[in-house]
Design a protein around this ligand. Structure first.
Ligand SMILES: [Mg+2]
Length: 299
């Protein structure tokens, strides 16, 4: 069986001494290394490139390593990148300052290659574990959507930023319990995956979409008018109803969804209000026959 090789990690090396850079290129030969010789260069490169780790010299002209690190930690796009300081200094003040400004580790010159490599590996591994845990803590493992907690967190941010132009959508799969009862939970899971994937593909990329209950989903959409949203929700409803989902044993299933949509307005003073209004609309959609959407516009 072919196993996929993980993508090579990229390490940015910042040092004003070319001889140090040369040595690091040899030691880090198994990584994709980007060398630069000043802090300014490092910061401008990071505007465009994504790197997994930074090895940062302290003593450099114009901008020293501490200042570079403070800049990195003040920027949302770069603050999570682990920084290992590499320096000839080994006084207590420098070491303490390296951690104070946000470094994760500290290596002194001259390099001990195996020690340096071990530290690099450890911090790359830690970073991967943190990413993995963060993903698990914020996503629904079956559908890959945001989980309830993360949905509310991100929806609140979008609501705060775009209060007048957001629409809340509550979506529920019709008669989902019947699918689980008749065909088993494995089939139910396939249905959840297929439906959420097709909804996600149709939602605008900046929407917040999450699984908020067993077969209940919520989306917060940033859009300018109700007609646009009506068309989108109708398209989603029809697309889902036309899905043919293959389950175990060669059978095919089809399902429908019901949605409730609410628009922000003067009667809405919070995200909770808005979602409640969408939920009431969903309840109405269910009550009036399912496979339909009910819209609550501005009062
Ligand atoms: Mg230097």
């Amino acid at each position: 069986m072919l196993t996929e090789t993980p993508p090579q990690k990229t390490i940015l090396v910042v040092d004003d001494a070319v001889s140090n850079i040369d040595m690091l290129l040899v030691i880090l030969k198994d990584y994709d290394v980007i060398p630069v010789t000043s802090g300014e260069e490092a910061l401008s490169l990071l505007d465009e490139e994504i790197v997994d780790m930074i090895l940062l010299d302290i003593m450099m002209p114009v901008m020293d390593g501490f200042e570079v690190c403070l800049n990195l930690k003040a920027n949302d796009a770069t603050k999570e990148i682990p920084v290992i300081f590499i320096t000839a200094r080994n006084d207590v003040e420098s070491i303490e300052k390296a951690y104070d400004v946000g470094g994760v580790d500290y290596v002194t010159k001259p390099f001990r290659p195996r020690e340096l490599l071990a530290r690099v590996k450890t911090h790359l591994h830690l970073r991967e574990v943190i990413h993995r845990l963060d993903y698990l803590a914020t996503h629904d493992s079956l559908t890959g959507l945001y989980n309830r907690r993360k949905f509310f967190e991100l929806a609140q941010q979008l609501y705060n930023a775009k209060r007048d132009d957001v629409f809340a959508v509550m979506i529920d799969i019709d008669h989902f319990k019947r699918i689980n009862d008749r065909h088993g939970h494995h089939s139910g899971d396939l249905v959840l995956k297929a439906i959420t994937k097709s909804i996600r593909d149709l939602l605008p990329a900046d929407s917040i979409f999450g699984r908020v209950g067993g077969e209940e989903f919520a989306a917060l959409i940033n859009a300018y008018n109700l007609d646009e949203v009506k068309q989108l929700i109708e398209k989603i409803r029809i697309t889902v109803s036309e899905l043919i989902i293959s389950i175990r044993g060669g059978a095919n299933l089809s399902c429908t969804i019901s949605s409730g949509v609410a628009q922000t307005g003067e009667d809405i003073t919070s995200l909770d209000d808005l979602l409640k209004k969408a939920d009431d609309a969903l309840y109405e959609a269910k009550g009036s026959g399912r496979n339909r959407s009910v819209f609550r516009q501005r009062d």
